[in-house]
Design a protein around this ligand. Structure first.
Ligand SMILES: [Zn+2]
Length: 373
C-alpha cells in the first residue's frame, strides 16, 4: 500500500518576495524609534560636511562596518556607542528638523501611518540650542512631513538612566510644557544595569500628575525587576521592549491583564543580546498569551532596519498567519499615545485598510475574537 505523503502546508503569503510586498503595503505604526539612531547614512555625511564635523567613519561602507561591529551580539552599552557618532551632527536646529522630517518621510514611504519619535533634548545642547529649541526643531520637521504626506506623529521626551535625576526632572517639565502640542509622552532610556528607574521617580511623578503618558525602557538588558519598577514606581503605561518579562510570570499576568503594551524591537534585541536569536525571542509566545505586543524599529540606522523588515522578520521567524499580523498591527494603533476619539479614528482606518489590502492580495481572514481585547 502506498503511504500517503504528508500534506505540505502552503504559506498564505506566497513566496518571500510576495510576502514582503504585502507587509510593506499594510498600514503600520512605529511607537519606539529613536531620532538619534535613525538618520539616513547620506544625511549623516552631508551634515558632517556642512558643519565641518570630523566623523570617525569616512564613507557609507565604513559606516556599515562600524555599525556592524557595534551591533553584532554585543551588550547594550556597546550598542549605545553608535550614538556618539550621530549626536555629533545633531547639535543645530536645522539638522534636527531635517532628520525628523526625513525619518517621517521614510516611515511614510513604507506605509507607517502613525509614529512616535523619541529623543533626549539634553543631548543636543553642545552648541547654541536650549531644551525648548530642540523640541521646536523636531516638531517642525515632523509637522512638515505630516502636512506633506498625512503621516501622524508624536514625540516622546527621554530622560537617560545614567544622567542625573535632576536633569530628568527638567526634562519632565519640558514634556509637561509641550503636552498637547506635539509631545505625547515621557520615557527613560539608556543603560539599564546599575541605573534603576526608581532613582528618577520624581520626574515620573511630575509627568503623571500632569496627565502625560509614560513609557519606560525596561526588561531589555536587565531582569524583570526592572519592569516591576517601571510599572509600580514610574507608572508606565507602556513598556519599552519588555523582552525579559517572561522570567516573571506574575508580572507578565499583570501586564497582560492591564493591557499594557510592549514596544518590542526584534532586530535590536538580538543585536544587544536581550535574546540570543530571533527564534528564541519571546515575541510570539507573548502574542499567543494575548499580551499586547507591538513591533517597532528602535533605530533605523544603528540597527539597519525598517518597519517592513521587522514585520517580515516576525512573520518569517514565527510563521505568523494573516490573523496574527492583523492583530500585531492593530495592537500598534491601539497602543498609540493619542486621545480616545482620535484613536478610534486611527483604528477604524487601520482596520479598513488592512482588510482591503489583504483582500486585494487574495488573503482570506476571518474575524478573530482576539481583536476584541
Ligand atoms: Zn529604545
Amino acid at each position: 500500500m502506498r503511504r500517503s505523503q504528508p500534506r505540505r502546508r502552503t504559506s498564505p503569503w506566497g513566496d518571500a518576495r510576495r510576502r514582503r510586498s504585502i507587509l510593506h503595503a499594510l498600514p503600520k505604526t512605529d511607537l519606539h524609534v529613536h531620532l538619534d539612531g535613525s538618520i539616513r547614512p547620506a544625511t549623516l555625511f552631508e551634515l558632517a560636511k556642512d558643519q565641518r564635523v570630523k566623523l570617525e567613519v569616512k564613507n557609507e561602507a565604513d559606516l556599515g562596518r562600524f555599525l556592524a561591529r557595534l551591533t553584532a551580539g554585543v551588550s547594550l552599552p556597546t550598542y549605545l556607542k553608535a550614538f556618539d557618532l550621530t549626536l555629533a551632527i545633531l547639535q543645530e536646529p536645522e539638522a534636527l528638523e531635517r532628520v525628523a522630517f526625513e525619518l517621517a518621510e521614510d516611515a511614510h514611504l513604507e506605509n507607517v501611518r502613525y509614529m512616535e519619535v523619541r529623543y533626549c533634548p539634553a543631548l543636543h545642547l553642545k552648541k547654541d540650542l536650549d531644551l525648548h529649541g530642540t523640541v521646536d526643531a523636531v516638531l517642525g520637521g515632523l509637522s512638515e512631513a505630516g502636512r506633506r504626506y498625512g503621516i501622524q506623529t508624536g514625540t516622546i521626551i527621554c530622560g537617560i538612566r545614567h544622567l542625573s535625576p535632576k536633569l530628568s526632572l527638567e526634562l519632565a517639565d519640558l514634556a509637561v510644557a509641550y503636552a498637547g502640542r506635539g509631545v505625547v509622552g515621557f520615557d527613560l532610556a539608556g543603560a539599564e544595569k546599575d541605573y534603576p528607574a526608581k532613582a528618577h521617580r520624581e520626574a515620573f511623578d511630575r509627568v503623571l500628575r500632569n496627565n502625560v503618558n509614560v513609557t519606560v525602557h525596561a526588561g531589555e538588558a536587565f531582569a524583570p525587576g526592572s519592569i516591576r519598577q517601571a510599572l509600580h514606581y514610574c507608572g508606565a503605561h507602556r513598556i519599552g521592549h519588555g523582552t525579559r518579562l517572561g522570567e516573571d510570570p506574575k508580572t507578565l499576568d499583570y501586564v497582560n491583564d492591564h493591557r499594557i503594551p510592549l514596544e518590542m524591537c526584534l532586530t535590536s534585541n538580538v543585536q544587544t543580546q536581550a535574546t540570543p536569536s530571533f527564534e528564541e525571542h519571546p515575541f510570539h509566545d507573548y502574542l499567543k498569551r494575548g499580551v499586547r505586543v507591538t513591533l517597532n524599529t528602535d533605530n533605523r540606522l544603528v540597527s539597519s532596519t525598517t518597519m517592513t523588515d521587522e514585520l517580515d522578520r516576525a512573520v518569517a521567524t514565527f510563521d505568523l498567519d494573516p490573523i496574527d499580523v492583523r492583530q500585531v498591527l492593530l495592537n500598534g494603533f491601539k497602543s498609540a499615545f493619542v486621545p480616545y476619539a482620535e484613536k478610534g479614528n486611527l483604528l477604524r482606518h487601520a482596520v479598513l485598510e488592512i482588510d482591503q489590502e489583504l483582500k486585494r492580495s487574495e488573503i482570506a481572514t476571518t474575524e478573530s475574537e482576539r481583536d476584541l481585547l
